[in-house]
Design a protein around this ligand. Structure first.
Ligand code: ASP
Length: 306
């Protein structure tokens, strides 16, 4: 395998079962997002700009549980969580339970860059979005026809949908200057209770970045990941080992401590190495290396590493 070099970027489309999906469309979605982020890096843009752009594409793609296409909660509404992390100075911006923005990741970035604070939730976060110039949209504009039909069916059957969300999205990148960043965005788990927030917007759990080591984004059962600070564990492990080895090590210690682990993780090392790992049956993942090589898989092989 070639020596890692910068810039490089990796994205995920959510750890889960991914049964009954058009696999080609899912892979196209993650590949397109990785390439969009990569174009920014190639043109000399920053890791932050690249991960935001990749996340925006995935938020717009209805196949993924983020932005348009998010799962609705038990009341039939979309509530989104997002986190952007910047390895320069270990900074982040986060939002939780936002309902009226098209791109929660952009709001997370504005929280980081345009406010004195780090984390906004609920109505206050939507209000801030408007103050910072984002358009507010009706919540229903985030709901796909398919998701609406599933909600109506659940109402009729009174049966909860089983299983984990399939399409939280994330990106991690290192730019040519060696700065790292990650983005994570989600509509949460299917049929969640109103107000429920998972790991995704929690710094250290759903995402983390430190220029000394790397940047990560996690996906899976939020109630497990947030107890373990999975992304901080993974990023801190990139000391003298590659991102792939660090991702594996973090996931192994997570799985050793958390019963029935359901999680996935992508990691970009500050050296340009890339890693990805998941305990679930699938996690669509795409990446672009410094020489422009693009890859995309539904299942990350155990020996994955660049
Ligand atoms: N981690 C997300 C949450 O718990 C869900 C997912 O990644 O699919 O909200």
């Amino acid at each position: 395998m070639a020596q890692p070099s910068r810039p490089a970027l990796i994205v995920h489309g959510g750890a889960g079962n991914w049964t009954n999906f058009d696999e080609a469309a899912v892979l196209n979605g993650v590949r397109a997002a990785a390439l969009a982020g990569w174009e920014i890096l190639r043109a000399g843009g920053s890791a932050i700009e690249a991960v935001e752009e990749a996340a925006i594409l995935l938020e717009d793609d209805p196949l993924f549980d983020a932005g348009y296409g998010s799962f609705v909660n038990l009341e039939g509404e979309v509530e989104m969580d997002a986190l952007i992390t910047d390895g320069r100075g270990i900074r982040f911006g986060a939002v939780a339970a936002v309902r009226r923005v098209r791109h929660a990741i952009t709001l997370a970035r504005l929280v980081m860059t345009r406010t004195e604070n780090c984390f906004f939730a609920g109505d206050g976060a939507d209000q801030l979005a408007a103050e910072l110039g984002l358009s507010l949209i009706p919540n229903i504009d985030l709901v796909t026809e398919k998701e609406f039909a599933l909600f109506r069916q659940r109402e009729a059957d009174r049966l909860p949908r089983a299983g984990l969300g399939t399409g939280t999205i994330g990106a991690a990148a290192v730019d040519s200057a060696g700065h790292v960043a990650s983005a994570t965005s989600t509509g949460g788990t299917p049929d969640k209770r109103k107000g429920r927030v998972g790991d995704s917007p929690i710094f250290g759990a759903g995402g983390y970045a430190d220029d000394a080591h790397g940047a990560a984004s996690a996906t899976g059962r939020g109630e497990q990941i947030m107890r373990f600070f999975l992304c901080k564990e993974a990023v801190d492990a990139v000391r003298g080992i590659s991102a792939a080895q660090a991702a594996q090590a973090a996931m192994q210690s997570f799985a050793a401590r958390v019963p029935s682990p359901e999680a996935g993780l992508i990691l970009a090392g500050a050296d340009g190495s890339l890693g990805a790992v998941h305990t679930t049956p699938a996690m669509p993942t795409a990446w672009v290396t410094a020489d422009g090589q693009v890859g995309a898989v539904m299942q990350v092989p155990p020996d994955f590493g660049i």
